[in-house]
Design a binder for this molecule. Structure first.
Ligand SMILES: [Zn+2]
Length: 305
């Protein structure tokens, strides 16, 4: 389904990374260089190597984050140590980064890591951003994350969609776990994307794709399914968080997992919503992760596949 036959404008490079790290998009031109999203901390040296290689001696001028989940900004610190890059993040996150509020920034609540970085400027909705020789419009994209943005280049018909739209789905609708609205916002961003003239979508995870409408149709049906019963969203969130944890730590024991389900805040909240006793839930989750191909079980050890 991934469409390898797309062409990016000259000077624009996509590093497709996987699920532990978000994709990175690098812009190289004689007027300046920029990187959108920096992956997870575990991959930070690899991110830096990819950037350095493609820059061929040029420095990185600008670092932009679509949102501040650990898999999108975990390479920021290393990039900032290496380059004097100006860093732009969604404006609502500016005070949180300034005081490095790990609770509000989601790292504590998800059991994920992100080394401290600094930010220079907040991205404003509707603002135009120059990346390489292309002009991009900053569009607010709440739903997955209330502060997330996506970037749209009208001239080339390109959308950097972050976790608002993947070829198959979108990121966990986290706000709903905490009793805030997220489904309606996700529906609205899908509507907005549908109305834009787009020839290629560059998602936060997975391959770039050209069939925007098919992806939107799949995302809508997924959203309808989740929104029909918030327990589905909670269950999905737990599994996504465990799968990420497995990619990060490679393996965890069943008793560690049991501990995480009560100690990692977002997992605990989701478990509470399911209202299933932990002794029943734990084996169910393990079976579902195995069935989904995200884990395998060896005795007491749950391993990343
Ligand atoms: Zn995200």
């Amino acid at each position: 389904m991934g469409d390898a036959q797309f062409q990016l404008p000259v000077g624009m490079h996509l590093f497709e990374r996987g699920w532990l790290s978000s994709n990175n998009i690098l812009f190289v031109s004689d007027t300046g260089t920029a990187l959108v999203d920096s992956g997870y901390v575990r991959h930070a040296p690899q991110t830096l190597a990819l950037v350095q290689h493609a820059l061929q001696g040029q420095s990185l001028d600008l670092l932009v984050n679509t949102h501040l989940h650990s898999d999108h900004c975990g390479g920021n610190a290393l990039l900032q140590q290496t380059y004097a890059c100006k860093t732009l993040i969604p404006s609502a996150d500016m005070p949180l980064v300034e005081r490095w509020d790990e609770t509000q920034l989601s790292f504590d609540g998800t059991g994920q890591e992100c080394p401290r970085f600094t930010a220079d400027l907040g991205l404003q909705e509707g603002q135009l951003l120059q990346l390489g020789h292309l002009s991009w419009q900053v569009l607010g994209a709440p739903g997955h994350d209330p502060h997330s943005v996506v970037l749209y280049c009208a001239q080339e018909g390109l959308l950097i969609s972050a976790d608002a739209l993947w070829e198959n789905g979108f990121g966990v609708i986290f706000p709903e776990l905490e009793g805030e609205s997220g489904f309606a916002e996700q529906a609205a961003i899908l509507q907005l994307i549908e109305e834009l003239d787009i020839r290629l979508v560059i998602p936060g995870h997975g391959a770039a794709f050209t069939d925007k409408q098919a992806a939107i149709d799949r995302a809508r049906s997924r959203l309808d399914y989740l929104a029909a019963d918030t327990k589905r969203n909670a269950r999905n969130a737990i599994k996504v968080l465990i799968a990420f944890m497995l990619l990060d730590k490679r393996e965890i024991t069943v008793s560690q997992l049991s501990h995480y389900l009560t100690s990692v805040r977002m997992m605990r909240i989701a478990v509470e919503q399911l209202a299933v006793p932990a002794t029943t839930l734990l084996p169910q989750l393990i079976q579902e992760l195995i069935k989904a191909g995200a884990a395998r079980l060896e005795g007491e050890r749950l391993l990343s596949t």
